[in-house]
Design a binder for this molecule. Structure first.
Ligand code: ADP
Ligand code: MG
Length: 701
C-alpha cells in the first residue's frame, strides 16, 4: 500500500464525518488513516465460545449467547422506566435490560429472529439478566469477519458520549481495511523477517485488529512491538552515530605517566571490576577522535569519584585541563577535599571555586587557569561565570546531573571551539530498560557493584506509636559515638505546614535530647545558604550528633560516621528520594540503619514503597519498582523529555523484545550505516517515512 494513502485525513473514511473526525482527533489524536491503523487494542475478549443459557454461571465474565427475543415490555420503576426483553434459547430463558435508548430499541428490535448477544450477566430475582448487551443479528454475525478475539480499543467518556463506541471503531477499522485492501507495505528486510520468524506487516496488522486465533494474535503483537522498539532504537543509535561523526573531540591517545603512577602508587584500594570496566569504556571514548558524551550511573557509594579522578588524570596526561562541577557548595567542598587527598604526592594542581570564595582569592585562580598552571578546577555554578577562562579545557565532569539544565552544561563547552569531553555522573538510578530508550543517543556506563566489605544498611519500618523505642535506639547509637540524621518531608520548601512539622519535630527532639549532652544541627530550605553551610559543617566535623533536616541533604553529603537515617512521614516520599536519603548512611565501617517512620494509615502504593525499601538496597531494583508504580513520565529527569508514549510495546514487560530490537538495530548500522544495502531498502524507506511523518515515533525529542 502506498504510504501516501495512509496519510489521507481520517474525515474521508466512510463513516467518519467532520464531527467524528474532530472527536477522534481530540480524544485519540487520530488525524489520518495511518493513525487509526495504529490505534491498537488494549485487550481482547474471547469470542470463540458460545454459551447456552443453562450454562451461565454467577460470575462476572462476559459471555456470548445465540437466541431469540420472544417478548418486549416496558416496566415502570421508581425513577423512569426500563425496557425488558425475554431472550430464549433451547436450554432456557433470561432477560435483556435497557435503561437508555428505549424508544429506538422498541422500534428496531426484532421478535423471534436469531441474535448473537454479548455482555456480562447479573443474577437477579432468580433469573439471569444482561444489561445493555452488545447484539447483532445472527445472519449479520455470520457474514462478518471471522475473528476469534474481539479487540477492545482505548476509549474515553467523550468518545462513548458521542457514539464512537468500541463497535463503531471496529466498523471504521473494517472500512479502513476494505479501502486499503489491507495491503500495508513491509517495513522489514526479508532476512530479519526470516531470522526472527516475524509475521509480515499486512498479516500482523490484520491480526492485531481482527485476530483469527490466539497464536496469530501473539505473533502479530510480537511483530508490532518489535517494529516499534526497533525503529526507536534505530533512530537513537543513528543520532548517536551522527553526533560522533559531526562533533570532533580531542584525542587523548596517551595513557601517560600520571595515570600509570597513580594506578601503581596512589590508589588507596583495589578497584572493583565495575570501576575497571567503566574506566576502560571511558578510555576508549577519549581515544576515539569523537567527543565523549557519557552518563556514568552508579548507586550511592559505588565509587564514582575515583573514576572521575582517573579520567581527569588522562586529560592532564594529554596536556589538557579538567573541571568538575557539583550542584551545591557542600558537595563541591567535599569533592575538593577528597580529590586533593587522593592526588597528594602526584604533583597535580587543583583549586576550588565556589560562590563563597573571596574575590581576592579568585584572581590567582583565574590567572593560573588561563596560563595552564592550574590543572584541575572543582566548583559549583561559579565555574560557568564568564571570567573563568581555561587555557585548554579537555574534560568537564558534572556530578548529579539532574540539578543542572542541559543549557548550563553546554555553557561549559561553548567557550571552546572543540568541545571538551563530557562525563555526567549520577546516583539516580535509571532502570536500564528506560535508559536504553531514553539515552540511546548517549553512552552509558554503569557501576553495578559496591566496594567490598560494605555492610548492607538495615532498613525497618516503624509506626509513630513506637517513637519512644526509636529514641532509645538513637541514644544507644550516640553513646557508641555515631551520628544521626532525622529528615522531614518538605516537598515544597514554601509549604508552611511542612515547615511547622519540621519545627515541631525539632522541638520535641531538642526536649528528648537536651543540651549540653546532645548537640543538634538543623538545616532547611528557608535558611540562608551561609547558615546552612555552617550547620552542615558542624555536623561534618562531628560537633553535633543529630542533624534535623529537610531533603536539602539528599544529594551526595558524605559523613561516614553517621550511621542512622530516620525518615519522618516516610509515606510522603517517592522511592528514589527514599533511596537517595538512605544512601547518606552506610558509608563507614559500622552497621548502619534506616528507620522509616509513618502513621498507621497507608495507601497501597505507600505500603509497596516501604516494603521495597525494607526488602532491598539495590538502587536499580528500586528504580524498576518506582517505574512500575509511577510510570516512566515521573522518573526523575525524564519529564522534560516528553518520552515514551509507546503505542503497543511496554517498556518494562517487553524488555526482552527491546534488547533484541536494539541488538538488531546496532548490527544493521554496523554493517550498513547509511542503510544502502538492497536488503535494507525497505527499512530505509520505512525509516524515512517515520522521520517525514513523525508517525509513531514523534515522541523522541
Ligand atoms: P559515590 O559513587 O557515591 O560518589 P564515592 O566515590 O564517594 O561514591 O565512594 C564512596 C566511598 O567508597 C568512598 O569512601 C571511597 O573512598 C570508597 N571506595 C570507592 N571505591 C572503592 C573500592 N574499589 N574499594 C574500596 N573502597 C572504595
Ligand atoms: Mg559522589
Amino acid at each position: 500500500m502506498n504510504a501516501n494513502v495512509l496519510q489521507t485525513p481520517i474525515v474521508y473514511l466512510k463513516g467518519v464525518g467532520p464531527n467524528r473526525a474532530e472527536t477522534l482527533q481530540s480524544e485519540l489524536g487520530i488525524q489520518t488513516y495511518q493513525d487509526l491503523l495504529n490505534l491498537f487494542p488494549n485487550r481482547y475478549l474471547d469470542k470463540t465460545k458460545y454459551y447456552k443459557i443453562a450454562q451461565l454461571q454467577r460470575s462476572n465474565a462476559e459471555v456470548q449467547i445465540v437466541g431469540k427475543i420472544t417478548n418486549i415490555k416496558t416496566i415502570e420503576q421508581k425513577k423512569g422506566k426500563r425496557l425488558v426483553a425475554t431472550f430464549v434459547d433451547d436450554t432456557g430463558k433470561m432477560d435483556l435490560v435497557w435503561f437508555r435508548g428505549q424508544k429506538w430499541l422498541r422500534e428496531n428490535l426484532k421478535i423471534n429472529v436469531p441474535y448473537v448477544i454479548f455482555g456480562k450477566c447479573n443474577w437477579y430475582n432468580g433469573i439471569f439478566s444482561m444489561p445493555h448487551p452488545e447484539m447483532e443479528l445472527l445472519s449479520e454475525h455470520e457474514k462478518g469477519l471471522k475473528i476469534a478475539m474481539q479487540p477492545i480499543y482505548p476509549s474515553t467518556e467523550k468518545l462513548s458520549a458521542k457514539g464512537i463506541t468500541n463497535r463503531a471503531i471496529n466498523k471504521l477499522m473494517q472500512q479502513l481495511f476494505m479501502d486499503t485492501k489491507g495491503k500495508f507495505s513491509e517495513t522489514f528486510s526479508t532476512s530479519i523477517l526470516t531470522e526472527l520468524k516475524l509475521l509480515p506487516k499486512a498479516e500482523a496488522m490484520f491480526n492485531i485488529h481482527f485476530p483469527k486465533n490466539l497464536d496469530l494474535l501473539a505473533m502479530a503483537q510480537f511483530r508490532l512491538k518489535f517494529e516499534e522498539l526497533f525503529y526507536i532504537q534505530l533512530q537513537l543509535l543513528r543520532k548517536n552515530m551522527l553526533r560522533k561523526q559531526k562533533i570532533k573531540g580531542y584525542c587523548f591517545d596517551k595513557v601517560g605517566t600520571l595515570f600509570n603512577k597513580f594506578y601503581k602508587h596512589h590508589l588507596p584500594f583495589e578497584l572493583t571490576n565495575a570501576q575497571k570496566r567503566v574506566i576502560k569504556e571511558i578510555r576508549a571514548d577519549l581515544g576515539s577522535n569523537a567527543q565523549m558524551n557519557r552518563l556514568l550511573q552508579g548507586d550511592v557509594g559505588s565509587g564514582k569519584t575515583i573514576v572521575a579522578v582517573m579520567t581527569m588524570l588522562l586529560a592532564i596526561d594529554n596536556g589538557y585541563q579538567a573541571c568538575l562541577m557539583a550542584p551545591t557548595e557542600i558537595l563541591a567542598n567535599q569533592h575538593y577535599n577528597g580529590i586533593k587527598e587522593l592526588l597528594e604526592g602526584t604533583g597535580v594542581s587543583c583549586a576550588l571555586l565556589t560562590g563563597s570564595i573571596k574575590k581576592s582569592a579568585r584572581r590567582p585562580i583565574h590567572e593560573q587557569l588561563e596560563s595552564g598552571e592550574l590543572q584541575i578546577l572543582i566548583g559549583t555554578h561559579a565555574l560557568l561565570e564568564d571570567k573563568v577562562q581555561y587555557q585548554n579545557l579537555g574534560l568537564a565532569i558534572v556530578d548529579e546531573q539532574h540539578r543542572f539544565g542541559v543549557a548550563q552544561r553546554s555553557k561549559l563547552w561553548h567557550k571552546n571551539e572543540i568541545p571538551p569531553h563530557i562525563l555526567v555522573m549520577t546516583a539516580t538510578p535509571i532502570p536500564r530498560t528506560l535508559a536504553m530508550s531514553l539515552y540511546g543517543d548517549l553512552d552509558i556506563s554503569v557501576i553495578d557493584e559496591l566496594p567490598p566489605g560494605r555492610k548492607a544498611i538495615k532498613t525497618v519500618h516503624r509506626y509513630d506509636a513506637n517513637r519512644l523505642k526509636v529514641f532509645r535506639f538513637i541514644r544507644d547509637e550516640i553513646k557508641k559515638g555515631r551520628q544521626i540524621y532525622i529528615v522531614y518531608p518538605l516537598i515544597q520548601e514554601s509549604e508552611a505546614m511542612d515547615y511547622k512539622d519540621l519545627m515541631d519535630g525539632y522541638e520535641s527532639i531538642a526536649r528528648d535530647f537536651p543540651l549540653p549532652e546532645y548537640q543538634i544541627s538543623i538545616v532547611h530550605g528557608q535558611m540562608k545558604p551561609a547558615d546552612k553551610d555552617y550547620e552542615m559543617a558542624r555536623f561534618v566535623r562531628g560537633e553535633t550528633q543529630i542533624m534535623v533536616a529537610t531533603t536539602v541533604i539528599e544529594v551526595g553529603v558524605n559523613v561516614p560516621n553517621a550511621s542512622v537515617m530516620i525518615i519522618e512521614s516516610a509515606e510522603r516520599f517517592g522511592l528514589s528520594q527514599l533511596h537517595q536519603l538512605r544512601g547518606r548512611v552506610g558509608r563507614g565501617a559500622d552497621q548502619s540503619f534506616c528507620i522509616l517512620m509513618t502513621g498507621h494509615k497507608l495507601s497501597a502504593e505507600a505500603k509497596t514503597r516501604l516494603e521495597t525499601m525494607v526488602r532491598t538496597n539495590d538502587g536499580f531494583e528500586i528504580a524498576e519498582v518506582d517505574l512500575r508504580l509511577r510510570g516512566p513520565g515521573d522518573i526523575m529527569g525524564t519529564q522534560q523529555s516528553g518520552v515514551l508514549h509507546l503505542k503497543i510495546a511496554d517498556i518494562i514487560k517487553d524488555n526482552d523484545i527491546l534488547k533484541t530490537a536494539r541488538y538488531y538495530a546496532m548490527q544493521m548500522l554496523k554493517i550498513d550505516p547509511a542503510l544502502e544495502k538492497p536488503d535494507n531498502l525497505l527499512i530505509r524507506h520505512a525509516y524515512s517515512q517515520l522521520v517525514k511523518y513523525k508517525n509513531i515515533w514523534n515522541y523522541i525529542s
